[in-house]
Design a binder for this molecule. Sequence first.
Ligand code: FMN
Length: 196
Amino acid sequence: MFRVAVFVGSTRPTSSNLKLAKALEKLAAGRLEFNYIKIDNLPFYDDALWNDPPAEVIRMKREITEADAVLFVTPEYNRSIPGILKNAIDWPSRPYGDGVWTDKPGAIAGATGGVSGTAAAQAHLRAILPVVGVALMGKPEIYFQSRPGAIDDDGNFTDERIRTNLNIWVDQFVRWIERFAEPRAAEAADEVRKTA
Ligand SMILES: Cc1cc2nc3c(=O)[nH]c(=O)nc-3n(C[C@H](O)[C@H](O)[C@H](O)COP(=O)(O)O)c2cc1C
């Protein structure tokens, strides 16, 4: 089972994006394990802070390093991603040459009450994430309209067609992660051989 570091772009306890992430987690049980990364305790990015880096930043970089993959579930704010999420992407990309996003398989999703399903925000993520090194899955995509009752109180997708499509999404994400996990396993085996 792959460990996924999950970044939710909204910190509201009743966030529809958190609800979407939790429903995906439930759907993916046994295939993916989600670790929700705290992003609301980070200072605004400041290069000077690397002199004595904040513990939250070090922790977040470690959590990403330890993960097999990353997942971003974000609302759309004024046709882009929330600033808090951009800040959480910028920190682990530095110091220059020591970023931890490199070659991490990743996927994105988003929920909004609007019909566009965060398409504009996700387009911005698709521009940003490859720059910091995330190996982003192209498709399938998730543009989730968070209508009342779309996810029930137990965290299940109520629409069968949506559930089927999101199950396919989980399978594809697992396959995407495997493409990166296998070379890493091979590298680890090489290391063992070298030190034997
Ligand atoms: C500052 C701000 C800007 C927003 N801009 C957009 C937008 O461009 N497109 C959109 O679909 N929804 C927009 N919304 C509505 C959010 O998608 C909606 O509030 C959503 O529920 C927020 O996600 P959350 O439930 O996970 O907190 C905006 C909301 C806020 C607070």
